[in-house]
Design a protein around this ligand. Sequence first.
Ligand code: GAR
Length: 232
Amino acid sequence: MHRAMIQARKKRVAVLISGRGSNMQALVEAARAPDYPAEIALVVSNRPEAPGLAWAKAQGLATLALNHKLYESREHFEGQLQSVLELSRIDLVALAGFLRLMTAPFVERWQGRMINIHPSLLPAFKGLHTHEQALAAGVRISGCTVHFVTPEMDGGPIIAQAAVPVLPDDTPETLADRVLAAEHKLYPTALARVARDQAAWTGDVVSVQLVENAGVNQEQALFSPWPPRAGY
Ligand code: GAR
């Protein structure tokens, strides 16, 4: 059989942003690979001036500025968003620095089809000022998480995580940069897993197929600080 005939249809993804959009860029760049299982069919920003929106436009992607300030309520804003997602025949929604809380009905409508990236090892350090929270807590390892979205902020079932060390002289900015580099690798792989149904959330059941555990040493552990002391 011809290869094109046996390949599954690419999932149509809408990426929702509010600002810089570097995670959206990582998804767009990954999706350029012919065998990537998803295409970025739409980029939406709730802030018209978001730099990420200008970048996406310049790439020739379909973009939309949906200024939340022009809507009288969250429900009206989400109603418009829902119409646009339906018109664009969107299969999956990827939140990438989308700084707007969504109502439970909207989130539930997209259950198992909407994912988010957060710059901490959830369930630690939900919400804003994540890196400040991590430094204040004194953790030696931080990272990022991709999860299915639920009405609870940063609270949904976890799909994938990446860990990075916290270094002695870290500021929130240097830690954010290290975590962001990991985000740009993690998000494309996590989205691909969801698009291939290797990570799925249906009803109350979450299944994440662990294809392999890559990126760790033979002991399957990340130590910080490194090296661990030998001999006791
Ligand atoms: C990213 O670090 C993302 O994880 C974070 O905002 C940043 C957006 O950067 N998201 C959250 O904190 C959500 N709770 P980007 O616009 O360059 O992708």
